[in-house]
Structure formats: C-alpha cells, structure tokens
Design a binder for this molecule. Structure first.
Ligand code: G6P
Length: 493
C-alpha cells in the first residue's frame, strides 16, 4: 500500500485521501502525463486547485464517479512531492517529477523527439540516449503508481505519447488488468517512424494494451504497418497477433480509430447565455465593428500553421482583397512549452510577422491583427467564437483540433464559416468546412475569401450539417464507445 503523505496546500475543496486499503485500490484508473487540475490563486492570493477545463476531464468525470475511479498523473510543478488527494469527485495520484525529469522526459524526449517526429517532422526531432533513458524511467514510475492504484481486474486507460511504454510495463506487473491506450496526436507513417532509434520498444510498449485508440483510421493504419514491419506480427482486420519472445502466439491487441470530441451540449448552452452573447457584441465593438472578424485560437505551437495563416492574411491585405477596418484577424496564441527552443523561436517569428503587418496596415482607429498571447477561461472563449465570422484552423498536422469543433458547436444560429486544414483529424468529421492545404498559400488565401464571401444560405446549410455531426458525436460518446470496445474485446478472448 502506498504511503499517504501530508497534503501541503490547505484549501476547502480537496480532502486528503483516507489511508485505508479500500481508498487506494480503484476499478477504473486513468493515467496521463498531467493530472486534471491546475493550481491557481484564490482571491486572497492563496494557492488552490481548480479542475482543468477540457474535454477529456469532462468526459471521464462521470465515469470516475460511477466506476470508483482514480487519476494518475503529474501535477505540473517540478521538485514537489504531493500525497494522494480527492478533488472534484476524483481520487488523484500525483507522480512527482524533478527538474531534471522535466528537462529530459517532458521537454526532451516527449516534446523534442516524439512531438516533432509524430507531427510530420515540421521541425527536426532530436534523438538523445539520455532523454530516452529518462523517458523509460519515468514511464516506469507512472506504471508503478498505476499498478499500486488499480484494484484486481480493473480497467486502466493510458493517455497519449508521453506514456507509450506504460501499457507493457503495466501488463508485466499486473496481467489481471484490462488496458486501453489512446494516442491524442497523429501516429506517423512508417517512413518517418523509421527514424526513431527506439522504434521497436515503443511499438512493444503500446502493444501491452488490449486496445490502442487513434484519432483517424490513417493513424491506426500507420501503426499497424509499423508493427508488421518492425515486429513481424500478423495483423488482420485491426487485430494484432502479439507473440511471446519465442514467437508463439500470446494475445491479441486491437488498433481502432476513435475520434475525440467536445462537450457539445454545454458549449451550445453557453452560446445562448445572455451575458456571453453581450460579451461577444462588446468584443466586436472593441475591434471597431468590422464587417468580418477572422479568428485563430491555438496553443503557440509550430504544428498549428499560425505563420501560414498570418502570411495569407497579410497578402490579402496587400492585394486589397481585404482592408483594415472592414476585416480584422484576432489571433489567440496561448503560451506553451516555452522552455523548448523551437517554441521560443516560433514565438519570435509569429510576433515579428504580426508586428510587420500591423506596422504596415494599421490605422489610428483599427488594427489588422489583434494578437493575444494569453489563455482565456471557457466563457471568454465562447464569446470570442460568437464574435467571429470566420474561424481559421490551418494546422500543418494535428491529431484532432477541438477548436474547430468548439467554434462549430457554439454557432447555434449557423452563422459563419470554418476554414479547416485537411491535415487536422477534425477534417474527417467536418467535411462541410472549407478544407485547405495550409502549405499552399494561394489556396489558403482563396479558401479564406470563399469563407468570407460565402452566400448565407450556403454557409447556413454547411454549418447545420457540421453542428449535427458534433451534437451527436460528443466527448461523452467518445469515451463510452472506447470503453465499451475495450470491455467487449475482453469478452471475446
Ligand atoms: C496536446 C497533447 C496533450 C498535452 C497538450 C498540452 O494536446 O496531446 O497530451 O497535454 O497538448 O501540452 P502540455 O505539454 O502543456 O501538456
């Protein structure tokens, strides 16, 4: 049984977990790099935890409540040990990371090796043996914490690329568990995955699962092709026949597409909140009431195609197709992974480009690009979506892109149009957006103008179809179907 440490931050919301055998074993365990909470300051400047915004937490919270669930993850601060505690009806199991762990496992292997490798090598991935060693070590730490937390026969759901070795480590320690894995980011084509010096270990790690979920069918296909090539396993109709060290059949692991979604109903509800609607009108007024508000909302990440979008917008101003005062681009770029070199460089480039365009085209009363290097609470985000006419999602590669879905879900009056990169997973579901290849700047400019000038009857028709798609396929359905498939696979065995 794990030691229950004294929880160091006093707030009213969380309760230290009872140090009894029952409270440390759970039938449903989620494992993710991050715990679903953020540390904020309350009105008196005292630290307290708040449940993170975002679909994954929302989708899993009800499952947690009904299935006696726990969440294993890092709480976001280095060199700080926290004991287990309860918050927002969830049992949280913090995994500590030192400053060096963050540098080698998180900033290094996760975000400077895997992230660029899995996103089409938009920036060159770096391969360092010290990073790999630490990635393995930290994955083991997560697997051990999970093995201690899961009840006999429990279901464990491991999330994302930071923890690809956890399924096998966990299976070796706890063969009684049913293990699912979901990859939130793309899985690369074999020709790119081939570069990874530890490609076999990563594939074997994932195959410790009973079910591996991907955003798109093409991601699942890439994975199965890599498994066939590098491990030589038979793959038939999404069933991978895993062999033991001697080559004898051992078990089946399935690879399936399960596109993630959003809390559609809640977003649509917020969109009708009078306060939020008033705020949307206020935002437009603050921008000087342009005819067309274009909007980009992204983590400041090189995968998002922010520079391509700004370039296309700048050229449209230059060409006189759009004019300042008549059109304005609002770009929210939330700070992300700022200690990683390629992110710091991207920030310089984006801010340089915005400065140049504004310097050239701004008037005393109006700006070309309103650039906001912040993150905002959900209510303000909904107001921004409502204030926008055209949403620009121009990712060069993106596992899904939930912003595209959020914009669509909030436009309950079917107003506006979405320009969507065909390289975002969301393009598989939102076929009625104006789809673009963001590398093609002329094509991107044409797509923006198509969206800006789309006759209302046409945009209404398309938005309605997309909204219906999202209303049915929400994040609760995503988690339910994944977990049903995980359970069903076990019954077949
Ligand atoms: C992507 C990844 C997540 C990650 C998030 C934020 O959506 O798929 O696993 O949590 O980015 O990045 P961060 O590095 O701040 O956790």
């Amino acid at each position: 049984m794990p030691m229950i440490q004294q929880y160091p931050i006093e707030t009213q919301q969380e309760t230290p977990a009872e140090p009894t055998a029952e409270s440390t074993k759970f039938d449903f365990v989620v494992v993710a790099n991050r715990l679903p909470i953020d540390r904020i300051q309350d009105a008196d400047g005292e630290p307290e935890w708040r449940r993170s915004p975002g679909g994954l937490v929302t989708a899993l919270a009800p499952v947690m409540a009904t299935a006696d669930g726990a969440w294993v993850g890092w709480h976001g601060a280095a060199d700080e040990e926290l004991g287990e505690f309860n918050h927002s009806d969830m049992h949280l199991v913090p995994v500590p990371l030192s400053v060096e762990d963050v540098e080698l496992y998180y900033e290094g292997f996760s975000n400077s090796t895997l992230w660029p490798l899995y996103h089409d090598v938009i920036v060159p991935p770096e391969f360092h043996r010290t990073w790999w060693d630490r990635y393995e070590e930290i994955n083991r730490r997560f697997a051990e914490a999970t093995a201690r937390t899961a009840a006999p026969g429990a279901t464990v759901w491991v999330q994302d690329y930071q923890l690809q070795l956890v399924p096998l480590m966990l299976r070796e320690a706890r063969p009684d568990l049913r293990i699912g894995f979901f990859n939130h980011i793309p899985f690369p084509p074999l020709e790119i995955f081939a570069q990874l010096p530890w490609r076999r270990q990563v594939l074997e790690g994932l195959l410790g699962s009973d079910l591996v979920g991907f955003q798109r069918q093409s991601d699942a296909n890439n994975f199965m092709r890599c498994v066939r090539r590098y491990l030589g396993y038979t793959v038939k109709a999404q069933h991978i026949h895993v062999q033991d060290a001697g080559g004898a059949p051992q078990r089946i692991c399935r690879a399936e597409a399960h596109p993630i979604s959003i809390e559609s109903r809640e977003l649509a509800r917020l969109a009708t909140d009078p306060e939020i609607r008033a705020r949307a009108a206020e935002i437009r007024a603050e921008l000087g009431n342009p005819e067309t508000v274009l909007l980009g909302v992204d983590r400041l990440d090189y995968t998002k195609g922010i520079r391509h979008r700004i370039k296309a917008f700048g050229e449209l101003l230059e060409d006189g197709k759009l004019t300042v005062g008549q059109a304005c681009l609002v770009q929210v770029a939330s700070p992300s992974r700022e200690r990683v070199e390629s992110y710091a460089q991207l920030r310089e480039e984006v801010e340089g480009a915005v400065g140049r365009i504004n310097g050239e085209f701004d008037t005393m009363g109006h700006t070309a690009v309103r650039y906001l290097h912040h993150s905002y609470p959900l209510r303000e985000m909904v107001a921004l979506y409502l204030a926008a006419d055209v949403m620009l999602v121009t990712a060069l590669r993106d596992g899904m892109n939930l912003v595209a879905k959020e914009f669509t879900a909030t436009h309950t009056d079917n107003h506006g149009m979405l320009v969507l990169s065909e390289f975002a997973g969301a393009a598989d579901q939102l076929r009625h957006a104006v789809l673009v290849n963001p590398h093609d700047i002329d094509g991107l400019k044409a797509a923006i103008m198509t969206a800006v000038n789309m006759p209302q009857a046409e945009s209404t028709r398309r938005m309605r179809i997309m909204r219906r798609q999202i209303a049915v396929n929400d994040v609760a359905r995503w988690s339910r179907i994944f977990l049903e498939s995980l359970a069903a696979g076990h019954e077949e065995d």
